[in-house]
Design a protein around this ligand. Structure first.
Ligand code: PLP
Length: 404
């Protein structure tokens, strides 16, 4: 039995009020709230284990190293990677993509080569490739979508050319909620001899993600969106690819031997982890993964699907409601506008009722252009949200609508 009332007790912040109203937190796409076990693990490690990892012979350093490396194994198991060599810790999704664009671009892309992105990418999967385009003269091709917010797979096929070097696509859109058919899209890329990066920032908290089943070459996500701490992320890469990429940043940890004449680099995954890693944060990520694993990713997915369906049905009852993203396969994100009410006004007034939603372009301005709008209001759900909170949102929107 999925006991949401009991689950909510694990998240102390959910009991607080804002403006004297119970908090209704529906901004989980931006970041999730934290379970007590995760925060306790951070504090516990600072208080009882803290020491820099990998370099020390002393007891604490070895214990901290063991915890850090055990966290890597927890991540490996969570996404079913073959080896911990394939798990690179970064600062987040954004850094993971920047790392890949910089190193892949340097090794494999020449002027005139092409990268394929989708129209619904987050800026963090657009701008790193544009920076590379400016440096290297590569071209960006864009997979279009239909009005329901589903990518056009025929058009996708047609974008491949002899110059295509990589495909990068989001698993779940942070605006439309669309769950893209990434397994099929990866297979298409492979049929053209091209690797594929999956941005799993918005799928990893909600779905079972199996990198071997998807056959993803690279996959990235952020700890803070899956109930873990800020400042930690993951770049998964197939060993055969990571081995061929040059280092990203230089510094301690990523070297084998340094002299002023020549430096040799560390083995995977340390080659990509220059400097002191956030070894406390990786413990936090591992405890967050333990937490969702204990609840069951399939159970979480089923619960959130029910909640999202309920929210869609209730929101559609509101006069002049426009929902952006009507994909059949979708995640726990709903973007909308009501009549001519500006998204910012709607968000500000909902906030006064204790309801936290996000407003604006959601770091997806090209998608906003495609939709012909400046921004939306976005409600995004997590494993602790309830039908009562959806009702509060619907009542809040109706109240704001009447004011206009
Ligand atoms: N990709 C997607 C789909 C996202 O939704 C986000 C964050 O909202 C990111 C990438 C960037 O994540 P971060 O800011 O944690 O690096």
């Amino acid at each position: 039995m999925y006991d949401v009332a009991k689950i909510r007790e694990d998240f102390p912040i959910l009991a607080r009020t804002v403006y004297g109203k119970p908090l209704v937190y529906l901004d989980n796409g931006a970041t999730t709230q934290k379970p007590r076990v995760m925060v306790d693990a951070l504090v516990g490690e600072y208080y009882s284990v803290n020491a820099n990892v990998h370099r020390g012979v002393h007891y604490l350093s070895q214990q901290a190293t063991e915890l850090h490396e055990a966290s890597r194994e927890t991540v490996r198991r969570f996404i079913n990677a073959r080896s911990t060599n394939e798990i690179v810790f970064t600062r987040g999704t954004t850094e993971s993509i920047n790392l890949l664009a910089a190193t892949f671009g340097e090794e494999f892309m020449q002027e005139g080569d092409e990268v394929i992105l989708s129209v619904m990418e987050h800026h963090s999967d657009i701008v790193p490739w544009q920076l590379l385009a400016a440096r290297r003269g590569i071209a960006i091709k864009v997979i279009p979508m239909n009005d329901r917010g589903e990518l056009l797979l025929d058009e996708y096929e047609r974008l491949f050319s002899e110059r295509t070097k990589i495909v990068c696509v989001t698993h779940v859109s942070n605006v439309l909620g669309t769950e893209n058919p990434v397994k099929e899209m990866i297979a298409t890329a492979h049929a053209h001899g091209v690797p594929c990066l999956i941005d799993a920032a918005q799928s990893i908290p909600h779905l079972r993600v199996d990198v071997q089943d998807l056959d993803a070459d690279f996959l990235v996500f952020s700890a803070h969106k899956v109930y873990g701490p800020t400042g930690v992320g993951v770049l998964y890469g197939k060993e055969e690819w990571l081995d061929r990429l040059p280092p990203y940043q230089g510094g301690g940890e990523m070297i084998q031997h340094v002299s002023f004449e020549k430096t040799t680099f560390n083995e995977l995954p340390f080659k990509f982890e220059a400097g002191t890693p956030d070894y406390i944060g990786t413990t936090g990520l591992a405890r967050a993964i333990d937490y969702v694993t204990a609840l069951g990713m399939d159970e979480i997915a089923a619960y959130e699907r029910g909640l999202t369906d309920y929210a869609l049905q209730r929101l559609r009852e509101i006069p002049e409601m426009r929902i952006f993203g009507e994909a059949i396969q979708r995640g726990a994100v709903i973007s909308f506008l009501v009549g001519h009410i500006h998204h910012f006004d709607m968000g500000t007034l909902l906030d006064r009722l204790g309801i936290a939603v996000r407003t604006g372009h959601h770091c997806a301005q090209p998608l906003m252009q495609r939709l012909g709008i400046e921004g939306t209001v976005r409600a995004s759900f997590a494993l602790y949200n309830t039908k009562e909170e959806v009702d509060a949102l619907v009542a809040g929107i109706s109240r704001v609508s009447k004011m206009f």
